[in-house]
Design a protein around this ligand. Structure first.
Ligand code: SF4
Length: 442
């Protein structure tokens, strides 16, 4: 607990808009920001939260759906891309209204998502400054971590926090507001995190959860270790208690796991979690939009996934080309993939339900490799899901991408947008990509 000098300070926390050519709400929630909201609230601060993405207009059966969007002008660097560009989330007027109606905050925290979504972030900061003047703004999240220099130079936030920002955040808040906040090594342990403050939403029909932070693998295209700073996992029983809390107290019936490595060492972790979910007879649908580790999908786990109502599955194959599998980190091989699909089918999943990520447009990759991967996934009786490669700063593959890309990906994060196929070349053109998209559908 901090020592109150006058009154409890008011902190405004914001999840900004997405600006992109396409976006879809796969149970997105700003998990890190909501955990910070809980921590600050438990420490006695008054919290107001605005989620600019809390505006899904068409909901599907499991609560995922399309965001409300409004077409906006394309930023100059991507002006020539022949696609519509939109701001996804609540209307700007509503954002302004929410800000105007609230008591002036003492401090504002804002998070950031994909590096190329910064126009939505910058716009939110501009409006905040316009309405609240000199109130300190703290910026954290993925863009702030991966494109720190860009954030420092252009975001107009007063403090930019990199990576796991809790210690720095606590230090800044303590200094700015004159309060002592508790923070020791134990605070950063994943089992000591408070539940994210999902109760700040007016309506709660789904939540996102994490049972671990980071990943033990080091795939060359992935920034998991940079963002999460090491691998940690929660106690399985504490995970189940949290599931029970959201499903019991808030009647949530869709939970999406956003772990990077949900299945690692399955016996000690996910299998233990799911056995307990079954034992307590928790009724809920689960979704795993992040790619699952294929090597861990054995018979017992497949059976548990099916019996515990895991409805949305995504397997992280990325490519069936064995040389590329090894070159990018060796997280998967085709024999394990075939075994996993067999196990999932035996457990009761249909071909359509076994979604498999196939990555397109890796630096130097030929369209033929992706075409073969799509055909392979289909042949094995699963459902390929094409994802375009996005070059991520501070990953090993970014260096190769810089050399291969015709765009200035080093200095302009808008060029990380996978929709423009940043590493297109004569061996893999936009026309190739369109053709492959059709192939997936047939
Ligand atoms: S296994 Fe997945 S989360 Fe882990 S490093 Fe590779 S891509 Fe990232």
């Amino acid at each position: 607990m901090f020592h109150v000098k006058h009154r409890s300070p008011h902190i405004l926390l914001i999840n900004p808009w997405i600006t992109d050519f396409a976006a879809y709400n796969f149970w997105i929630r700003p998990h890190g920001l909501l955990s910070i909201a809980s921590f600050l609230r438990d420490s006695g601060f008054r919290i107001t939260f605005i989620d600019c993405l809390d505006s899904t207009v068409t909901r599907k059966r499991y609560g995922d759906g399309k965001f409300h969007k409004i077409e906006i002008e394309k930023p100059l660097p991507i002006k020539s891309v022949p696609r519509k560009y939109s701001q996804y989330g609540i209307p700007e007027e509503l954002f302004r209204e929410k800000l105007s109606d609230m008591e002036k905050p003492d401090l504002i925290g804002i998070t950031s998502g994909m590096t190329y979504w910064y126009p939505g972030l910058f716009k939110a900061i501009k409006i905040i400054k316009e309405l609240f003047g000199k109130i300190p703004i703290l910026l954290g999240g993925i863009y702030a971590t991966l494109c720190n220099e860009s954030a420092v130079r252009y975001s107009e936030a007063d403090y930019i926090i990199k990576g796991r920002g809790e210690p720095e955040l606590v230090k800044i808040i303590s200094e700015l507001l004159g309060f002592e906040l508790p923070m020791d090594n134990g605070t950063l342990k994943i089992d000591n995190f408070p539940y994210p403050a999902f109760d700040l939403y007016p309506q709660l029909d789904y939540v996102s959860m994490i049972t671990s932070l980071g990943c033990q693998f080091h795939c060359s295209y992935c920034a998991s270790s940079v963002i999460s700073g090491g691998f940690q996992r929660r106690d399985p029983l504490k995970v189940v208690e949290e599931i029970e809390y959201w499903t019991g107290h808030y009647r949530v019936n869709n939970i999406a796991f956003y772990d990077d490595a949900l299945l690692v060492n399955p016996l000690e972790h996910i299998i233990a979690i799911l056995k307990e979910v079954k034992k307590r007879d928790i009724q809920c649908n689960f979704h795993v939009p992040n790619g699952l580790h294929i090597k861990e999908i054995g018979e017992e786990l497949s059976d548990l996934l099916h019996r515990c109502h895991f409805k949305t599955l995504r397997l992280g194959l990325e490519t069936s080309n064995e040389a590329t599998q090894i070159e990018t980190g060796g997280k998967v091989d085709n024999r394990s993939f075939e075994e996993a699909v067999k196990n999932l089918k035996r457990a009761g999943y249909s071909e359509k339900e076994i979604g498999v990520y196939v990555m397109a447009g890796l630096p130097g990759q030929r369209a033929g490799e992706v075409e073969e991967s799509i055909a392979y996934v289909k042949e094995m009786g699963a459902n390929p899901k094409l994802v375009e490669y996005s070059p991520i700063p501070q990953t090993p593959l970014f260096e190769k991408a810089k050399k291969m890309s015709k765009f200035d990906i080093e200095n302009e994060p808008l060029f990380h947008n996978n929709s423009i196929l940043p590493c297109q070349w004569e061996g893999f053109t936009l026309a190739d990509f369109q053709r492959l998209k059709e192939k997936v559908k047939t």
